[in-house]
Write a protein of this length. Structure first.
Length: 149
């Protein structure tokens, strides 16, 4: 029958598995860092990022309003038929309070996005504010074994 493996062989195999897990964890952490880093995508796919930025800019910027400059005869005809309607330009003048509220809302949204980013980084265990990963107490032999192997 099969004899159980000697204790030294089991310990060596367990040490090898620990080293592999440690290396896999380091690789996964590096991969997660690159996935959330926008600079990585700009370096690897610059044209796609440029096109995306241009498309978003096009969608965000409002369309220009078209101004109609009718001549005097057209205005007279519209006034005579009763179809001439004069309305004040909407949004032509905004008050100080509107501008102040827009500024405060913009600042609040930026801060919220920053806090969400920090929370995501902490959950993923990356970034300067991330807590260090707990490691089991060691006498240093395991670290030396991984470096040798």
């Amino acid at each position: 029958m099969n004899d159980p493996p000697p204790a030294d062989a089991v310990r060596a195999r367990m040490q090898q598995i620990r080293c592999e897990i440690d290396q896999d964890l380091k690789e996964m952490t590096a991969s997660a860092r690159s996935m959330v880093d926008w600079k990585h995508y700009v370096k690897t796919h610059p044209w796609v990022c440029l096109g995306t930025a241009a498309a978003l800019g096009f969608l965000i910027v409002p369309k220009r309003s078209t101004a109609i400059h009718p001549d005097l005869a057209a205005l007279t005809e519209l006034a005579r038929t009763g179809r001439l309607v004069a309305e004040p330009a909407s949004g032509a003048t905004h008050g100080f309070v509107d501008a102040l509220l827009a500024t405060v809302a913009s600042i609040a949204v930026r801060k919220a996005i920053g806090l969400l980013g920090q929370s995501a980084a902490q959950l993923l265990g990356i970034g300067p504010d991330a807590p260090p990963h707990p490691s089991p107490p060691s006498d240093g032999a395991a670290d030396r074994a991984c470096q040798r192997g």
